[in-house]
Design a protein around this ligand. Structure first.
Ligand code: PEP
Ligand code: MN
Length: 341
């Protein structure tokens, strides 16, 4: 038993009774109340629940159904929730008909450059500003990001443009700071299996963009989403950003088949990052269009006013005019698959 479905007539006492019972078996209840029914997700190792115990739950008044989920990820699975999850972030919905585009530099470099980029991507139609203040760099000698100062610049750019902000967390100790300054918390590819970090972020209610690990399977990725959701935060977006393969012509191999696969396996919104997926400016636009055609719910794209001088990922950053052109080209593609940009 993994999910308990209760009718709308179920009382608070009945729900409490079930929660107590689950707790006495060492399990936890994740309660989500809808208008028609209440769903209790049972969290913990449910394989030990006996048939008699399951029957006892079924017998409680108000219980309509008890469902077993075969997948190792429960809350993230389509079996748990049939309808697509829509996440409303400052009035912008991710997972609905409209496809929001997150754009901005790889890293926040200084106030002037950031504000300038923010204004340009906003004008082109972007709906979120991206920018890292804590950067996961391969070399400890590379620019590591501006830290809190960078977060402050992001907040100022948001104030100026009205664009909500997405920025990366690398350390659970920065959670309060990042929650204060951001609208979406990004968990980068390198931290996809940093389980302590996932649990910490799961205990906040900020929307989370969980990037796919460099060498992670879709199942491992969904298990990481489950870590976040198991702590109560259901606002998780999955972001395909390319995986490591034998191919060297591109920085990574953007696995666009992950998009329809995820649509089958999970109700969570799927975001595609073509910038890190290909690593080369001229390849970003075709893959962004392909991502929309494949069913992506949102895109995240690196844009820089002066990519040649960028402190990170300049070679994959679009110039503002290239981004503007891409936004125009994306519209008919979205329309062809019943979406809007
Ligand atoms: C980024 O968004 O700049 C980034 C570091 O992404 P990833 O974790 O996908 O490499
Ligand atoms: Mn980057």
């Amino acid at each position: 038993m993994d999910i308990i479905v209760l009718g709308h007539e179920a009382t608070k006492e009945e729900i409490k009774h079930i929660t107590k019972k689950l707790e006495s078996w060492g399990l936890k209840a994740n309660i989500s109340k809808g208008t028609e029914r209440t769903i209790i997700g049972v969290i913990g190792d449910t394989s030990k629940i006996t048939e008699d115990e399951e029957a006892a739950i079924r017998a409680i008044p108000g219980v309509e159904n008890v469902v077993r989920i075969l997948k190792p990820y429960k809350l993230a699975s389509r079996e748990f929730k049939r309808e697509n999850t829509e996440i409303n972030i400052q009035g912008i919905v991710v997972g609905g008909k409209k496809i929001p585009v997150m754009a901005g530099p790889c890293a926040v470099e200084n106030k002037t450059i950031l504000t300038n980029i923010a204004e340009k991507v906003k004008k082109a139609g972007a709906t979120f500003l991206r920018g890292g203040a804590f950067k996961p760099r391969t070399s400890p000698y590379s620019f590591q990001g501006l830290g809190e100062e960078g977060l402050k610049y992001l907040a100022e750019a948001r104030k100026k443009t009205g664009l909500p902000v997405i920025t990366e967390i690398m350390d659970p100790r920065d959670l309060d700071l990042i929650v204060e300054y951001s609208d979406i918390i990004q968990i980068g590819a390198r931290n996809m299996q940093n389980f302590r970090l996932l649990l910490e972020v799961g205990s906040s209610n900020k929307p989370v963009l969980l990037k796919r690990g460099l060498s992670s399977t879709i199942k491992e990725w969904l298990m990481s989403a489950e870590y976040i959701m198991s702590r109560g935060n259901q606002n998780v977006m999955l972001c395909e950003r390319g995986i490591r393969t034998f191919e060297t012509a591109t920085r990574n191999t953007l696995d666009l088949s992950a998009v329809p696969v995820l649509k089958q396996l999970t109700h969570l919104p799927v975001v595609v990052d073509p910038s890190h997926g290909v690593g080369k400016r001229e390849l970003v636009a075709p893959m962004a269009k392909a991502a929309v055609a494949a069913g992506a719910d949102a895109l995240i794209i690196e844009v820089h006013t002066n990519p040649e001088e960028a402190m990170s990922d300049g070679e994959q950053s679009l110039k503002p005019e290239q981004f503007e052109k891409l936004m125009k080209e994306l519209r008919p593609v979205a329309q062809a698959v019943g979406r809007e940009i």
